[in-house]
Design a protein around this ligand. Structure first.
Ligand SMILES: [Fe+2]
Ligand SMILES: [Fe+2]
Length: 276
């Protein structure tokens, strides 16, 4: 834990961004581009509990590659996220926009750094994982699906939907067991959480791990699986989401000019080589 994590019990600032489009025009899934529907049809059909557990087994040993954080961002930069209706910007642009919006509002450096690295787990796509197994909103497997999950109608095609063990309110979980025990659909959030776990303070780790869990942080679903720590930390996840989402409206950041500032931040928290 870093020194600045001492005063992280609750976020105390709000978002100040100037938007060129209305808040309700973000995450407009109906109508969404056909590519977004195609994406969620695949994601919802294939993200079973068994699939999630197999991917954790495959990747969470972090023995895939060693990279510095900035080179990893550059490596990621070739990817365009099919699940995102709001941006055609490159990944590094989006990461820098998010970090810069957090910085403009005067938040601590570890919060800015969380903004910078929050999507870095999308490198999974560059290792042959299909986008439906990396990006998009996440949702719990092993228990009943909330109708508030994005494009939830496509979950009818998930094999777990026909398994009675997984379709009760609690499914395989216990009341208030904590999200740490819940197998969310697999993707870049869980992966990056594990990559960053030794290095960033707890609120930053919550942001990384749950930023795509809109059913929880936006719709307040699945509260019965949260423990007290989750409830406290989700204030940070909700605050982070404002920056992840609404900074997408801003102009393309100047990566060359910003690089020295963020390299120094990276060096403060991460080693030169990080296990992925
Ligand atoms: Fe993300
Ligand atoms: Fe993002």
């Amino acid at each position: 834990m870093t020194e600045s994590a001492a005063n992280v019990s609750s976020p105390n600032a709000s978002l100040r961004v100037d938007l060129d489009k209305k808040v309700e025009d973000f995450r407009a899934y109906e109508p969404a581009p056909e590519r977004v529907h195609t994406f969620y049809r695949l994601n919802h059909a294939h993200q079973t509990r068994a699939f999630v557990q197999a991917k954790k087994q495959q990747y969470l040993g972090l023995d895939h590659r060693r990279m510095g954080i900035w080179p990893a961002l550059e490596y990621l930069n070739t990817l365009v996220d099919d699940s995102d209706p709001d941006t055609e910007l490159s990944q590094i642009d989006h990461c820098l926009q998010t970090a810069e919006a957090i910085r403009r509002d005067g938040h601590p450096d570890w919060f800015q750094l969380a903004g910078l690295v929050h999507d870095l787990g999308k490198v999974l796509c560059l290792w042959g994982e299909p986008q439906w197994a990396v990006v998009g909103d996440t949702f719990p497997t092993g228990c009943a699906y909330s109708p508030k999950i994005v494009l939830s109608e496509y979950l009818k095609d998930n094999p777990d939907n026909g398994d009675p063990r997984y379709q009760t309110r609690l499914g395989v979980y216990e009341e208030n067991c904590g999200f740490d025990k819940v197998d969310l659909s697999w993707g870049h959030d869980e992966y990056m959480y594990h990559v960053a776990r030794p290095y960033l303070p707890e609120p930053a780790l919550y942001m990384l791990r749950y930023h795509s869990f809109y059913a929880a942080h936006r719709e307040d679903e699945y509260a019965y699986l949260m423990d007290d720590r989750d409830r406290e930390m989700f204030a940070w996840v909700k605050l982070f989401n404002q920056y992840d989402l609404y900074s997408k409206d801003h102009a393309k950041p100047d990566a060359t000019a910003l690089r020295p500032y963020y390299e120094a931040l990276i060096e403060k928290y991460f080693p030169a080589q990080v296990r992925f």
